[in-house]
Design a protein around this ligand. Structure first.
Ligand SMILES: Nc1ncnc2c1ncn2[C@@H]1O[C@H](COP(=O)(O)OP(=O)(O)OP(=O)(O)O)[C@@H](O)[C@H]1O
Ligand SMILES: [Mg+2]
Length: 279
């Protein structure tokens, strides 16, 4: 879990037009903030590496709000949301979670990787996420009310490459408004690789094009996994360390795919894509 403190609350309710060093479609950014400031829970969906987790953090920073991230995938039992029992000084006491503190303060609570757990894990926070915004904690016999300025933003991966995630039950789905994040358009992604990660101009454009092409092949079902921002960031790092272009691409984009099947393998497909762009 990560937490950061409130910087200021003066910008409450005022939308920002852009997030520095981060691309998100303008209309979506406005809608996300409109929901946030209206007390409506937001669900960010999209392929891996499209900035879902990063955006939750940056929204908090842009608005000077406290930020608390729950790694939902790490929650093992429905009661873990609220705390755990510890044996201290000869007796067992209930140690309340940071989540319980966070929901009673103004700020953003990010429910990261929300569909990495079975739906029963969600049951215990239903009443927190609906209009009641309160919960009874059995262990401490306390009624907790969610702060009116506590904002919930969940993230989840959806799609066929995500084994390890579970289908959303409609009860949970109904408690969020969903927005799908996409890769930035080719030129804008190249710009970010240059400005934020220090890629050379010609490399930035190439990495961005390869990313888009490979991700397109995933959506056409020619590749088994999506390609988000991360391999391009890793390739940029290798290039900056002085690795040749081909090597940088091999250990990032290519190695993510299976060599099984020889000439018909996914790696071969990826290598062909790369060859085409290197010409
Ligand atoms: N639209 C974007 N603009 C700028 N940087 C981005 C964007 N999308 C992704 N990145 C960068 O790519 C990296 C991965 O982003 P992030 O971890 O937020 O992805 P994610 O969507 O949460 O992926 P996952 O589904 O695997 O959790 C981060 O370093 C992030 O800054
Ligand atoms: Mg994430």
């Amino acid at each position: 879990m990560t937490t950061h403190q409130i910087i200021n609350e003066n910008s409450w309710g005022i939308n920002v037009d852009l997030i520095p060093e981060f691309w998100v479609e303008q209309e979506k950014l406005a809608i996300i903030q409109d929901f946030m400031f209206s007390g409506i829970n937001v669900m960010l969906t999209g392929d891996p590496g499209t900035g879902k987790t990063e955006l939750t953090k940056r929204l908090a920073r842009a608005h000077g709000l406290a930020f608390h991230r729950v790694n939902v995938g790490a929650i093992r039992t429905p009661r873990d949301w609220f705390g755990h029992w510890e044996f201290i000084g000869g007796q067992t006491i209930f140690v309340q979670s940071e989540f319980v503190d966070a929901i009673q303060r103004p700020g953003i609570v990010a429910l990261d990787e929300f569909n990495r757990v079975t739906p029963d894990i969600h049951n215990s926070i239903y009443t927190i996420l609906d209009h009641n915004r309160e919960v009874f904690i059995e262990e401490t016999k306390e009624h907790i009310s969610v702060h009116p300025r506590c904002i919930f933003i969940a993230t989840e991966n959806r799609g066929r490459s995500h084994t390890g995630t579970f289908m959303e039950d409609t009860a949970v789905d109904d408690r969020f408004e969903s927005l799908r994040l996409e890769l930035p358009p080719v030129e804008l992604m190249a710009g970010l690789l240059e400005e934020v990660y220090g890629a050379k101009e010609e490399h930035a454009l190439l990495l961005s094009r390869i990313t888009h092409k490979l991700n397109g092949l995933f959506h056409e079902e020619s590749l088994s996994r999506p390609t988000g921002f991360r391999p391009a960031i890793s390739a940029t790092a290798l290039l900056k360390r002085g690795q040749p272009l081909k090597t940088a691409l091999k250990y990032t984009f290519v190695n993510r795919f299976s060599p099984e099947g020889g000439v018909d393998s996914e790696q071969t497909t990826v290598l062909q894509v790369i060859q085409a762009y290197l010409k």
